[in-house]
Design a protein. Sequence first.
Length: 248
Amino acid sequence: MPRTSTAELLGRAAARRGFDVLARPERPPSGGPVHWYGGPLAADRVAAGLGLGLLEPADGWPAGLPYALLRRRVRLTTLAEARTLPGPCFVKPPSAKIGALPAAVYGAAGGGGVRLPGPEVLDGATPVLVSSVVEFAAEYRLFVLDGEVAAGSRYAVYGRLDPEALDAGARAFGREVLEEAAETLPSAVCVDVGRLTDGTWAVVEANMPWFAHCYAAETERVLDVVLRAAGPRERVSGRDVRFLRAAA
C-alpha cells in the first residue's frame, strides 16, 4: 500500500476490520482475501499473481453521457487526432495519469498556448478524452456502491485544492447522474462532478476507487467501495466482469 494520506486512512480502517495491511504486494500472513489500494501500473504487475479483480470505468464513459449531464462536448479519440483539432480544448488521458500529458487546456494546432506533446514524446495512438472548455466553481468526488452515493467530498474550488464535506447539491446531482448512468459503470466506482460558474452541474469524470484520494469523505464508507472495486477476482459479479481491468 503506498504511503499517502488516503492509503494511511484506509489502512487504519482496514486494520480495524481485521485485515492484514501490507506495504508490499504479497499474500497476507492470515491467508485471507487480497484487496488492493495503489497505482494502476503497480497493480498490473501483481494482479494476476494475487488473483485480483480490478474494476474501472470504460475509457470513453463520459463521451456517452447526454449533454444535460456534461454541459460540454466530450469525445474519446487519439492524441494524433487531438494534435490537429482547432482549439483551445481540454485534453486528458482517460484513466491513468501520464506525466508527459497532464490534464489541461491546450491551444489550437499552429497557434499559441500550451502545446500537446509531439510524436517524439508520446505515441499518437495514445487514447485521450477531448472536451470543450468549461470552468468549474467547485468539484466533488463521489464514491459509488451499487448505484448509490456511499461517501463523498468536495475537493477543489476554482481548481484549487479545498476539501470539505459533501453538500446537498452535489449529492442530489450525483443521484441524477446515477439514475441515468449507473448501469454503464462498475458497481464500485468514483464519479467526480462539479458546479459550473453559471450554477449548473456537470460530470467531470469517472475513476477507479482503488487509486483515488478520499479527501474529506468518510473513510469507512470509502473502504467499502475500495474493497468491492479491488478484491478477489472470483468474487467479481457477472454484471461487473465487463469492467475488469484488462491487465488484471
